[in-house]
Design a binder for this molecule. Structure first.
Ligand SMILES: *[C@@H]1O[C@H](CO)[C@@H](O)[C@H](O)[C@H]1NC(C)=O
Ligand SMILES: *[C@@H]1O[C@H](CO)[C@@H](O)[C@H](O)[C@H]1NC(C)=O
Ligand SMILES: *[C@@H]1O[C@H](CO)[C@@H](O)[C@H](O)[C@H]1NC(C)=O
Ligand SMILES: *[C@@H]1O[C@H](CO)[C@@H](O)[C@H](O)[C@H]1NC(C)=O
Length: 405
């Protein structure tokens, strides 16, 4: 009995050691260092224009490219009602008008990330005009907006009136980012790279109460005071912007008809209505507009029964206004006309200043360091766990045998 017990426990211990060695070897071979996929970061930007307010949600991977995020738009929401300037007499309503969109947007962001979401509120020409007329009214509207956003669990970055120059420069960034002037995904190299050609597009923006032109100036006649400097994806850009306040469409209508429209206005919408966004030549554009303007009211209203009868007669004047602005103010001609592209969206992303703002802001939002972990082949890992379990079980049996026999 005594010999049997000694023999038995020795065999058991031998087996135990063997199993442990196998488990150890299994857990050491074919182990590799791997990085976990980057986490997603989120940001929100309100665009408070003269006729309406929109909210955009952007996301980017926490591992940035040369310090700038590769940003994409995940969600957008149009705030119900008119622009925030119309709440000047009842500022608290300006804040309340944002709630619905803000709540919708927060549903897009995982709960654990909401506290880290940068939320920025930028107001453009409508508020610039209100501030000129009555700066305390403009301040009150912004204060109410800030108060409302701060009620939500997000990282609020401020509510401001941005200058026309900022609006133009951020719009330029948006356009050029979407047209891949800064960075481009190379499927061959599986990474983001700087495009070889160092070309960029100029940007023209017709808003409700202002219009902006932005481009990278060439040549030496540059007043550097009038340019804004940005670093994007490791490269520096000097952007020249000129902003013409009161040259937006609403202001034109106020001047022409002494009435306020809350019509949604942009180069794009007017030209889209006339089917002129497909790169038609200047001659075709002129002809189309002339032809449209010559039609009778009966003809128009029967041909466009869906169109708002208030807006229908304005397409003629708007289109002529845009043409005049492009040809006389911006000096486009037959040849350079062909380089104009009318766009409201590139892919599913809206063209405006907000994306450019977000892109520049990602430079300041700290990147999360990539997480390194030890990675194991699943089958080897399962085998190692099985051997460890077996060794533990045998160890317990050996212990019981030693203690109780
Ligand atoms: C400016 O706005 C405030 C708040 O809406 C109002 O009380 C004040 O009368 C306005 N001032 C002028 C000069 O219109
Ligand atoms: C980052 O900068 C390097 C040169 O400094 C460039 O080769 C690379 O393409 C840049 N990456 C991106 C995404 O632009
Ligand atoms: C640029 O601005 C500085 C100070 O703001 C001024 O001294 C300088 O004369 C300006 N330069 C030009 C070319 O306007
Ligand atoms: C762009 O972001 C940088 C921070 O990275 C900031 O210092 C700069 O003021 C921003 N540029 C503009 C024009 O807002």
């Amino acid at each position: 009995m005594f010999i049997n017990k000694k023999l038995f426990t020795t065999a058991l211990l031998g087996l135990l050691v063997t199993l442990s060695i196998i488990a150890l070897i299994l857990s050491l071979v074919r182990v590799e260092d791997v990085t976990l996929p980057p986490t997603v970061q989120y940001g929100m930007v309100f665009d408070a224009g003269s006729s309406h307010t929109s909210l955009f949600v952007y996301e980017w991977d926490s591992d940035k490219q040369n310090n700038t995020g590769v940003v994409s738009q995940t969600f957008s929401c149009d705030v119900q009602g008119p622009g925030i300037t119309s709440y000047a007499n009842d500022p608290s309503k300006a804040g309340d008008s944002l709630r619905e969109c803000l709540e919708e947007a927060l549903k897009v962001v995982p709960a654990a990330k909401q506290r880290d979401v940068s939320v920025y509120f930028g107001a453009t020409a409508g508020m610039r005009l209100l501030r000129e007329q009555n700066s305390s009214a403009a301040d009150q509207v912004l204060a109410e907006v800030a108060k409302t956003i701060q009620e939500y669990p997000v990282a609020f970055c401020g509510a401001q009136i941005i200058t026309g120059e900022e609006e133009g420069a951020y719009g330029w960034i948006t356009i050029n980012y979407l047209l891949e002037s800064f960075t481009k995904y190379s499927p061959k190299a599986h990474m983001w790279v700087h495009p070889e050609a160092d070309d960029s597009f100029g940007a023209l923006d017709l808003g409700g109460a202002s219009t902006q032109i932005s481009f990278v100036p060439k040549g030496s006649f540059i007043n550097w005071n009038e340019t804004s400097r940005f670093t994007l994806y490791g490269y520096n850009y000097n952007i020249y912007t000129h902003s013409y306040t009161c040259y937006g469409q609403n202001e034109m209508w106020k001047r022409l008809a002494k009435e306020l429209i809350v019509a949604f206005s942009a180069f794009y919408y007017n030209f889209k209505f006339l089917n002129l966004t497909e790169g038609q030549s200047l001659a075709t554009v002129r002809e189309t507009i002339e032809h449209f303007c010559a039609r009778t009211w009966e003809d128009l209203s029967s041909n466009y029964p869906e169109e708002n009868p208030e807006r229908l007669p304005k397409y003629c004047a708007n289109a002529n206004y845009i043409l005049t602005l492009l040809l006389d103010a911006y000096k486009f001609d037959e040849v350079s006309w062909n380089n104009i592209f009318f766009q409201i969206k590139v892919g599913s992303t809206s063209v405006g200043w907000t994306l450019g703002y977000m892109l520049n802001l990602t430079n300041m939002i700290p990147a999360e360091a990539p997480v390194w972990v030890k990675g194991h082949t699943p089958s080897l890992w399962a085998a190692a766990v099985a051997f460890i379990t077996l060794a533990l079980a045998l160890g317990l049996v050996a212990l019981l045998v030693l203690l109780w026999t």
